[in-house]
Design a protein around this ligand. Structure first.
Ligand code: SAM
Length: 442
């Protein structure tokens, strides 16, 4: 199993290849490395680089130099799978390093091509790269550290390189959850104690605890990644267990009504909103979907409809509608919602307003505005969450000002922004709580 590394600065690899497991892999005959310096394939005084065409300062490695270095390594070790590096490449994942390790195990000569300066002539990557890898959304000075990262990542998957191969199977990004927390002596360090269960010797309980902790850590810190993973039902249950309880409220009070100069008022209830938001809420694990209206005639209409689905012919007419309305609550005021959540959860909720428009800075401080990437910020506070939707022309400024956070508006890339509240509710719930699986593609 051979790996060629093409680089402008071969000296960078000397300590790296001679240290720890990377060295041992070679010493044990599992893999061999050769660093091919670009200058080794250049004539004396021939330059490795050349200026870029057009405006914009910068130097690129000359295509002919790369070609000669590739040829040199392939003459010695056969046709290769070539990995190039660029911040514009595909973000490197655990799946990729595993795939590269597999190529190596299948006897493929692996070539890591590290650029420097402004990078490679665009045609070189187009012509040669079997994989164009980015190690993150930032720009380094060269591809050498990315090459070392790929090397370390893939070597873990070559049997015999890492002492305990099982530990590789349990690594983060292998299954849906991160690796579980691990501890060593001393038992108490800076007043923090190693959990009793870890020292108990009860292997069954420890396995359960570790899975639970792994799920919790992943939900809390990398929901963005977790939601992309296809997982079995029992793992989904663990995910829901660790997402704090969420509530959805549709406000028919404290909203803006009227024409061009809207005023604070109350709106009528729409039966479609009752059904559709209840179904969305059920789908995304909302604990209660509440409608707030102080208007008695509106309450009567809602109650009649709910009675039909909860006690009347609706129970058997459409089982799913009945089921989705089980968690529905009709309330007089938003204060009643807070009381309900506090009573059920024993904790003051965080209130997140939603709006079709950005709210002025004087209404809510900018740091109180959150996006659909801020689940960790909210969930790590370990409080129940209320998502509030407005009707009419949206929640009043006074209402929003009293909320803890405001979610940025949903927007397409057009000027039109007039979603119905039930459509908005479905999108908001999906963006905030939904799974969003991603197939691994090479
Ligand atoms: C200074 S960078 C060129 C960046 C290029 N001008 C851009 O903005 O896309 C030079 C070389 O460093 C390597 N490099 C820099 N950042 C990287 C990253 N995030 N992932 C992988 N390689 C990177 C690549 O080999 C790249 O060609």
């Amino acid at each position: 199993m051979h790996i060629s590394i093409l680089s402008v600065f071969p000296e960078l690899y000397t300590p790296f290849l001679q240290t720890s497991l990377v060295r041992r892999a070679q010493d044990n005959g599992l893999v061999s490395y050769e660093v091919v310096p670009f200058h080794a394939v250049c004539a004396p005084k021939e330059r490795i680089d050349a200026p870029t065409f057009g405006h914009g300062a910068g130097m690129l490695i000359r295509p002919e130099v790369v070609e000669r270095a590739v040829q040199y390594a392939e003459d010695a070790h056969g046709p290769s799978f070539k990995i190039f590096f660029s911040p514009q490449g595909k973000p490197l994942t655990q799946y990729d390093v595993k795939r590269f390790a597999q190529k190596l195990q299948e006897g493929k000569h692996l070539m890591l091509v590290a650029a420097r300066y402004e990078g490679m002539d665009a045609r070189v990557e187009e012509h040669y790269a079997d994989a164009l890898v980015s190690v993150g959304d930032f720009v380094l000075m060269g591809g050498d550290i990315p090459a070392m990262m790929v090397l370390e990542g893939l070597l873990r998957h070559i049997p015999g390189v890492v002492g305990r191969q099982e530990s590789v199977q349990e690594d983060s990004f292998t299954g849906p959850f991160f690796d579980y927390p691990e501890y060593t002596a001393p038992v108490v360090w800076h007043e923090k104690e190693v959990p009793e269960i870890v020292r108990s010797g009860d292997h069954g309980k420890l396995r359960e605890w570790r899975l639970d902790q792994a799920a919790r850590k992943t939900v809390m810190s990398r929901f963005d990644w977790l939601r992309t993973v296809l997982m079995p039902q029992e793992y989904k249950k663990l995910v829901t267990k660790h997402i704090p309880p969420h509530y959805v409220v549709l406000m028919h009070d404290d909203v803006l009504v009227g024409g061009r100069e809207p005023i604070k008022g109350a709106t009528s209830v729409t039966s479609l909103d009752i059904h559709d938001i209840a179904r969305s809420s059920c789908t995304y694990g909302i604990k209660n979907y509440c409608i707030v209206t102080p208007l008695l005639d509106q309450q009567k209409i809602v109650q009649q409809l709910i009675d039909f689905w909860m006690q009347g012919a609706g129970v058997t007419y459409n089982e799913h509608r009945h089921q989705s309305l089980e968690s529905f609550r009709l309330l007089n005021s938003f204060e009643q919602v807070i009381d309900l959540v506090e009573k059920q959860e024993g904790e003051k909720p965080l209130v997140i307003a939603t709006s079709a428009r950005m709210v002025d800075r004087d209404v809510l401080k900018p740091e109180r505005t959150i996006t659909y990437h801020d689940q960790s910020l909210i969930w790590q506070q370990e409080r129940p969450v209320i998502l509030v939707l407005g009707t009419g022309q949206g929640l009043t400024r006074d209402f929003v000002a009293q909320c803890d956070y405001l979610l940025v508006p949903l927007e397409g890339f057009t000027d039109f922004n007039h979603l119905s509240v039930r459509s908005a509710a479905a999108i908001i719930l999906d963006r905030w709580l939904g799974s969003n699986i991603k197939f691994v593609r090479e």
